[in-house]
Ligand binder design. Structure first.
Ligand SMILES: Cc1ncc(COP(=O)(O)O)c(C=O)c1O
Length: 488
């Protein structure tokens, strides 16, 4: 009888490395150790070209470290051209590139993608969100168990019906009902008066940033970002060849005086700076708008989680304060609904909107029509407001529990960065270095938590981010106690 099992399916050329030796005994910087021992094995030929490395999950289990630690080491070696990652197949030691002699066919080098895209740590992202933790404090994750699935299914079904479905393609700018509903939602929740024609529906903030980048940024342009900041934004700018300028923050937000004069675009999160949490002060907003006018620059305002505000009245959005048309406002339903719906929007100044629509059309034509129709009804029929009201109450309790837990268990090593918005709390390390924090987090395998150092486009800052979308209020203290044990 023919036996088909995983072993018989692995051809000899891609044999899995099962005798890989990595020694972490007594090592402090486990991530760095994994990277350098793998590097040495490749350079010394113990891991020969074509060999498949163990899956990150398996190696992490064997080494008793977090899966993301292994994924980061793999990513670094992929970025350095020593490993190659193939979707669905695994990670392999790369065949050394044979350089074509001068004058020979260029087909080999033409097959190589641009290095900037190889530097993007996709393996890390893939494994980071695939991980499961008993206590899940990772950021960017709302409480998916509280989503009103039955209502959503009913609304999507309404728009996936022969009487409502589009037989051809829709408007790249978005479903008319959703563009109107978003304009109304922004007016009610942010006090911004927006014409529905100015709204472009996108697949989340990420696509909005991609469209903006396509229509405004050339290779070599200078783009300023908050430091620490939102990696998917600055990685995108870097990938297209922009010169990314990390700009420091103070307790009023981005330090506008540190912006280089020849900046083409600045990306900011003024309502709740990501990841620190400070709102940009009114004075700083005015200074930033003034600077953009002087420098002939554009500003991207990413308002990603303003729905969950537990304290004072929010400041007016930058775009509402800007008579000169220099601010592009970007919103998302990832935090207030689900990130996997991939839905967001961009509100651009009038002069830019036709180019944004063109970029959307040439990117993916339009966002899924039935989802857009369902979201329009979800907003207009009051379901959205109801869901947000419920979640705001829940998240406020979790926010309080995290701040309490930090003050109770981490007071000697971390300082809470004050914030009253959103889905996470940032804590800055007072004595520990980023690698001390990394070592502790890597060992706490049942706790998922994000290291602040990962968010820096410049000099890494030491600390932790506690997201609370994935941990119920009554389990927060236990999770934080569990993590604290690894900090000695
Ligand atoms: C700063 C920031 N912007 C935007 C988003 C949402 O992005 P998207 O709409 O692409 O899911 C997040 C999610 O974590 C975020 O942290």
């Amino acid at each position: 009888m023919l036996k088909i099992g995983p072993r018989t399916l692995v051809p000899p050329a891609t044999k899995l490395v099962d005798d890989l030796q990595i020694n972490l005994v007594g090592r402090k910087h486990v991530g760095r150790e994994i990277y350098s021992q793998l590097l040495a094995s490749i350079q010394e030929g113990r891991l020969e070209p074509g060999r498949r490395l163990p899956p990150t999950r398996e190696l992490a289990r064997r080494l008793k470290v977090a899966r993301t630690t292994v994924a980061l080491a793999y990513d670094r070696l992929v970025g350095e051209g020593l490993l190659i990652s193939r979707v669905g197949a695994g990670t392999f030691v790369k065949q050394p590139r044979v350089l074509a002699p001068v004058g020979a066919s260029r087909s080999e080098s033409q097959l190589s993608p641009k290095q900037e895209w190889l530097d993007v740590p996709v393996t890390f992202i893939r494994t980071h969100f695939a991980n499961r933790f008993e206590f899940d404090f990772r950021t960017g994750i709302p409480d998916a168990s509280a989503f009103p699935y039955a209502t959503w299914r009913r609304l999507v079904a309404r728009h996936l019906h022969p009487s409502t479905v589009l037989s051809g393609y829709g408007d790249p700018a978005g479903h008319p009902a959703l563009r109107s509903a978003i304009a109304r939602h922004i007016w009610l929740s942010r006090g911004m008066h927006v014409d529905p024609d100015a709204v472009t529906v996108t697949n989340g903030t990420q696509q909005a940033l991609d469209l903006i980048t396509k229509v405004l940024i050339d290779r070599g342009d200078r783009v300023a970002v908050e430091d620490p900041g939102y990696p998917p934004a600055w990685r995108l700018f870097k990938a297209v060849g922009a010169r990314v300028e990390p700009v420091p923050l103070d307790d009023e937000g981005l330090t506008a005086t540190a912006l280089p004069p020849d900046t083409r675009l600045v990306y900011v999160t003024p309502s709740h700076q990501f990841p620190i949490g400070v709102p940009m002060s009114l004075e700083r907003r005015e200074a930033l708008l003034e600077w953009a006018q002087q420098a002939n620059a554009m500003i991207v305002e990413d308002d990603y989680d303003g729905e969950f505000r537990f304290g004072d009245r929010p400041y007016e959005p930058l775009q509402a304060m800007d008579p000169a048309g220099r601010v592009i406002y970007v919103g998302s339903f990832s935090k207030s609904m689900l990130p996997s719906l991939r839905i967001g929007f961009v509100i651009a100044p009038a002069g830019l909107t036709p180019a944004i629509h063109a970029a959307k059309y040439l990117s993916d034509w339009h966002t899924m029509w039935s989802v857009q129709g369902a979201l329009a009804d979800f907003l207009e029929d009051g379901w959205y407001a109801r869901h947000v009201r419920r979640m705001r109450k829940e998240y406020e309790a979790r926010h309080r529990a995290v701040v309490q837990g930090l003050n109770m268990h981490f007071r000697d090593v971390m300082k809470v960065a004050p914030s009253a918005v959103g889905l996470h709390v940032c804590a800055m390390a007072t004595q520990l270095s980023p690698s001390d924090v990394h070592a502790a987090v890597s060992r706490a395998v049942d706790v998922g938590v994000d290291e602040l150092a990962r968010y820096s486009a410049g000099r890494p800052v030491s600390g932790l981010l506690f997201g609370y979308g994935g941990v119920p209020a009554d389990r927060i203290d236990e999770g934080m106690t569990r993590l604290r044990n690894w900090f000695g």
